[in-house]
Design a protein around this ligand. Structure first.
Ligand SMILES: NC(=O)c1ccc[n+]([C@@H]2O[C@H](COP(=O)([O-])OP(=O)(O)OC[C@H]3O[C@@H](n4cnc5c(N)ncnc54)[C@H](O)[C@@H]3O)[C@@H](O)[C@H]2O)c1
Ligand SMILES: O=C(O)CC[C@@H](O)C(=O)O
Length: 526
């Protein structure tokens, strides 16, 4: 009988469902990290919320038996996904169960901030009657800057419009059509900062959103802007926020999430114009019942039947197709991940073409796997299962083309991403029927293997690139593992894909970017 551990506070419905499905369950909310480490090897499944940190150490300790980690909620930043994937542990989440609740919390925080309700409540209970101290501001007619127009952001926009606010939104995935449908104005981040009276954040914490609201951003805001963060700590730089609150540039902040959680002695707590809650965004009876029920069902299905839903690191395919598709799946994911990481503007269309051996297989899971990887840099919630819906909601057209023609390779998968500004293709094949290789980027032939830490460079085909790049990396003690170059024509545009043994820190990236031959350099992780 499979055995599951619940190590965070989940609704009792989860325990009931596991038992009903014939799964042994230990319910130990608040289990200390050292005990989790000692005991995880005894379980097939681990059900969590945000408190349990599922680190590489925990996953390694569970390796061999731990088959699934189920997150009752959306964000999986407390789970080491690459380590789970390496250990063959499926990580599932419940992408929609707490969206309404979290959106309602953001609205509640905005109102609390506008009318200083927590401070007024404390003062009134203390017997003071400070009517003039607590002068508020109306929401009516104010501009709400929405950063991130996904599941939660869209609900917040809808509720704010009900309060007669004007909503301006920034999200690289927000198409003009979707913005029109939502009744929001699509703007750049700088426009949003300049116009918003209130700014509310609804993005995952990624390299692109970390410190999104920092000193520079606050300086671009209207004086007296108010900030609401019910997404993730780290999207707002807390030290910069404190300075901006002290100077009056920011009039107030309502924070549900913090750089370090649990947040016990955060310097922001000493400030009058801060409203704080202990990561309560998803904390309603309804949302907790939804996510507990969903995670328990999904984990039971996987442990008992092998069916996979809402997995973030595993494609959803039947047991029969799995072994045949697996190498192509890896290739499709690598092409998608490459395209997603190099794409910076709103995606209009994704096309996946198949040629040779792969064209004879069921290519649908490959399209979904590639598509999910394209969109992953922009959302924690996207996975192979929900990628088509996710794309449709964002106005991204997805096409699959299966060619019945001989080609240069035994198998070829070509992925094309069209954005508002350009169209970029990347193709790959399998060497020896199993080893994925990139063979073409933007029409330039290459032959590259994708490894954990990579640099992707677009450059002018001029002498000196290899020498300059080699010295910058060598000075930083970073070893080059492989180096692949390709060019459109002699002296024209060129690209380089370099595998390095360690991640490249920002100061070294700046030095690389300053090399005269380099147009753009990006780090990529696979
Ligand atoms: N406080 C809580 O308890 C709580 C509860 C649920 C979710 N969350 C957080 O809220 C986040 C959003 O949840 P969701 O369900 O709406 O996710 P979602 O994936 O549906 O939406 C996220 C949106 O952010 C956009 N985005 C990504 N990078 C961006 C950037 N640099 N600038 C602007 N937009 C960007 C994406 O395009 C996407 O549309 C989750 O990632 C999670 O971290 C917090
Ligand atoms: O479980 C929680 O309380 C928080 C959940 C929330 O942060 C999420 O990402 O779904």
């Amino acid at each position: 009988m499979p055995k599951v551990l619940i190590s965070d506070k989940l609704s009792d419905r989860a325990v009931e469902i596991f038992k009903e499905r014939g799964i042994e369950v230990d319910f130990e909310p608040g289990l200390p990290a050292e005990d989790l480490l000692k005991r995880i090897g005894d379980y097939d499944g681990l059900a969590i919320r945000s408190a349990t940190k599922v680190t590489e150490e925990v996953l390694n300790a569970g390796a061999g038996r731990l088959k699934v980690v189920g997150r009752a909620g959306i964000g999986v930043d407390n789970v080491d996904l690459p380590a789970a994937t390496r250990n063959g542990t499926v990580v599932m989440n419940t992408p929609f169960g707490n969206s309404i609740t979290t959106a309602e919390h953001a609205i509640a925080m905005m109102m609390a901030l506008a009318r200083q309700i927590p401070a007024a409540d404390a003062s009134t209970r203390a017997g003071k009657w400070e009517k003039s101290k607590f002068m508020g501001v109306e929401l009516f007619g104010k501009t709400l800057g929405l950063v991130g127009a996904g599941n939660i952001g869209c609900i917040v926009a809808d509720r704010a419009q009900g309060l007669k606010m004007k909503v301006v939104a920034f999200d690289p995935f927000l198409s003009p059509e979707r913005a029109r449908e939502l009744g929001v104005e699509r703007v750049t981040i700088d426009e949003l900062l300049a116009r918003a009276d209130f700014i509310t954040l609804h993005t995952p914490l990624t390299d692109g959103t970390r410190n999104l609201l920092n000193a520079d951003a606050f300086a671009k805001c209207r004086k007296g802007v108010r900030i609401i963060n019910c997404a993730r700590g780290g999207i707002v730089n807390e030290a910069d926020l404190k300075d901006a609150l002290e100077s009056g540039q920011v009039a107030g902040a309502a924070l549900d999430v913090f750089e370090v959680e649990p947040a016990r002695d955060n310097p922001l707590f000493a400030m009058d114009n801060v409203v704080a809650t202990p990561h309560l965004g998803a904390a309603t009876e309804e949302a907790q019942e939804n996510v507990a029920l969903q995670v328990a069902e999904q984990m039971s299905d996987y442990l008992l039947t092998g069916a996979v839903s809402n997995a973030l690191n595993m494609p959803s395919i039947s047991a029969e197709d799995a072994p045949r598709l697996q190498p192509y799946m890896t290739l499709a994911c690598q092409l998608g991940s490459f395209a997603g990481q190099v794409t910076e503007t709103a995606i209009k269309a994704v096309t996946v073409e198949f040629e040779g051996h792969v064209a004879k297989l069921n290519v649908k899971p490959l399209v979904q796997a590639a598509l999910a990887e394209v969109m992953k840099p922009f959302s924690d919630a996207v996975n192979m299962v929900n990628a088509p819906v996710f794309a449709r909601e964002r106005g991204i057209e997805v096409s699959e083309i299966v060619h019945d023609r001989p080609g240069d390779y035994q198998t070829l998968i070509k992925l094309t991403v069209k954005t508002e500004r350009f169209e970029r293709s990347v193709s790959g094949t399998l060497f020896g029927g199993k080893l994925p290789r990139l063979v073409n980027i933007k029409g330039i032939s290459v032959e590259a293997e994708l490894t954990e830490h990579m640099l992707y460079i677009t450059n002018h085909d001029k002498p000196g690139l290899i020498g300059g790049l080699g010295s910058v990396l060598a000075d930083a003690g970073i070893n080059i593992a492989t180096f692949h170059l390709g060019r459109a024509a002699a002296g024209g545009d060129a690209i380089a894909l370099i595998a390095v043994d360690d991640s490249v820190p920002p100061d070294v990236m700046e030095k690389l970017q300053a090399l005269p031959q380099i147009m753009q350099v990006k780090t990529l992780n696979f």
